[in-house]
Design a protein around this ligand. Structure first.
Ligand code: ADP
Length: 311
C-alpha cells in the first residue's frame, strides 16, 4: 500500500512445537501510532523481533515503503525491547555515547544529541555516575533516549510504560507524540489500554497467533458501537425507568446530584431520536451523547469471541 511504511503479508513463524504467528497480515500507516495488542503469548514479541530481523519468519513478506525489508533498514528503526538492560558498572554518559555510536552517529554528533536529551529528561547530573546508581525509572529514560537518538523513521516500543511512575509515563507519552509530529511512525505493544485510548490512532489485535482485528481506532469504535447513550438532565427526582419502554436498558444512573446522569442502551432498530422523544416531555436534557465502547471493552469481547469459537 502506498501510504504504509511497513506492510506484513502472510507472516508465519513456527517454533519447535508452537506456531507463534499464523499468516498474519497487517499494514502500518506512515506517521501513525500503531498499537500492537493482544493477551500474553499472542505473538506480539515474535512479530516485533521479525520486523527487527532478530528472528527469521518461515513464510510471508515484509515490505518497507514497498521494498523488501532488509538488513539495510535496521538503522532506520529504533527498537526498545521489553527486557531492558544497560551495563551496570559502566558510566551512564559513556555507555549512552557508545550505544549512540553503534547506531551510526559520530562521537561529536552523539554527544551533542545526548546532551540535549539528558537536559530534557533532567538526568544531566547523572552523566558521570554508574548505571547501577540510577533508579529503574532513570535507567528506562536512558534507554528511551538511546532508542530514539539516531532519529529513526520507525520506532518500536515493547511495553514502553512498564516500570515508569505516572509522572514519567506522561513525560514519555508527550515525547512519543512529539516524535510522531516530527515525522516518525511508532509501533508499540502494550497491555496498558488507557495508553492505547490516549495515543493510538491504529491498532492490530493478535490472539493465539492470529490477527483478529485491525484498523483505525475511530472506525473500530464506530463498528462496535452498541446503542448506548449518556444523558445529563434535571426535572425528575426518581428513576427514569417508568418513562422508558421495557426493552430499553438502564445501565447506570446517578440521581444524587442536581444534574442527574443516566446511561441507557436502546434496542437495535431504534435510534437516539426515539429515546429523546420518550424523555422530552418529562425532563430537561442538558447533555446527550453516544457512549462509544472503550478499546478495553472491544479487546475483551473480541478475545472472548475467538476463545469461544475455538473451543
Ligand atoms: P507475546 O509477546 O504476545 O506475549 P510471544 O511472541 O512472546 O507473545 O510468544 C508467542 C508464543 O510463542 C508463546 O506461546 C511463547 O511461549 C512462544 N515462544 C516464544 N518464543 C519462543 C521460543 N524461542 N521457542 C519456543 N516457543 C516460543
Amino acid at each position: 500500500m502506498q501510504n504504509e511504511i511497513l506492510t506484513a503479508t502472510g507472516i508465519t513463524k513456527r517454533y519447535a512445537n508452537h506456531t507463534a504467528l499464523k499468516s498474519v497480515s497487517l499494514g502500518v500507516p506512515r506517521q501513525s501510532i500503531y498499537g500492537l495488542l493482544g493477551p500474553n503469548g499472542a505473538g506480539k514479541t515474535t512479530f516485533i523481533r521479525i520486523v527487527n530481523q532478530i528472528l527469521a519468519m518461515d513464510e510471508g513478506t515484509l515490505t518497507w515503503n514497498n521494498e523488501n525489508l532488509s538488513l539495510g533498514h535496521i538503522y532506520r528503526i529504533g527498537y526498545l525491547p521489553e527486557e531492558r538492560g544497560l551495563y551496570k558498572k559502566m558510566k551512564v554518559g559513556e555507555q549512552a555515547l557508545y550505544l549512540a555510536q553503534l547506531k551510526g552517529l559520530s562521537r561529536m554528533e552523539a554527544t551533542r544529541r545526548l546532551k540535549w536529551w539528558f537536559e530534557r529528561f533532567d538526568i544531566m547530573s547523572w552523566w558521570n555516575r554508574k548505571v547501577e546508581e540510577l533508579s529503574k525509572g532513570m535507567q528506562q529514560k536512558v534507554q528511551f533516549v538511546v532508542t530514539v537518538i539516531h532519529e529513526p523513521e520507525l520506532l518500536i516500543f515493547d511495553e514502553p510504560f512498564s516500570g515508569f511512575d505516572p509522572i514519567n509515563v506522561n513525560i514519555l507519552k508527550e515525547e512519543i507524540l512529539k516524535l510522531r509530529e516530527k515525522g516518525a511512525t511508532i509501533i508499540f505493544s502494550t497491555h496498558n489500554m488507557a495508553s492505547v485510548e490516549e495515543l493510538c490512532d491504529h491498532i492490530a489485535l493478535l490472539n493465539r497467533s492470529e490477527k483478529i482485528l485491525e484498523g483505525r481506532v475511530t472506525d473500530i469504535k464506530s463498528t462496535y458501537r452498541n446503542n448506548a447513550y449518556i444523558i445529563h438532565y434535571d426535572g425528575m427526582e426518581s428513576s427514569l425507568r417508568p418513562l422508558l419502554h421495557p426493552s430499553y436498558q438502564i445501565l447506570e444512573e446517578n440521581l444524587e446530584e442536581k444534574l442527574k446522569t443516566v446511561h441507557i442502551r436502546i434496542p437495535k432498530g431504534t435510534g437516539p431520536n426515539d429515546l429523546i422523544n420518550d424523555l422530552l416531555p418529562h425532563i430537561t436534557i442538558h447533555g446527550f451523547s453516544e457512549m462509544l465502547p472503550t478499546m478495553n471493552e472491544i479487546f475483551i469481547s473480541k478475545v472472548n469471541e475467538f476463545s469461544t469459537m475455538s473451543r
